[in-house]
Design a protein around this ligand. Structure first.
Ligand SMILES: [Zn+2]
Length: 74
């Protein structure tokens, strides 16, 4: 079984369980679905997640967490 998904941290979090860890396919097409890594709920499409990420974290601490989390998920 090949798992071609990758995890990343979404600033807004899952509407269902509140987790910030999300999964998306490694190819990251704009219309690829982003799922919550905890409860597997469909959260949004990759292009929506991407614009949320571009929008940026609200604080420096948040930025640091995001950096570390995203590096770990590589
Ligand atoms: Zn969730």
């Amino acid at each position: 079984m090949s798992d071609l998904s990758t995890e990343f941290r979404l600033p807004s979090g899952c509407p269902s369980c509140g987790s910030h860890r999300m999964q998306v396919s490694e190819v990251k097409n704009p219309d690829d679905k982003v799922f919550c890594a905890s409860c597997r709920r469909f959260v949004c499409l990759w292009h929506e997640a991407e614009s949320a990420l571009e929008h940026g974290p609200s604080s420096e601490t948040e930025a640091l967490i995001e950096k570390v989390t995203n590096r770990k998920s590589e």
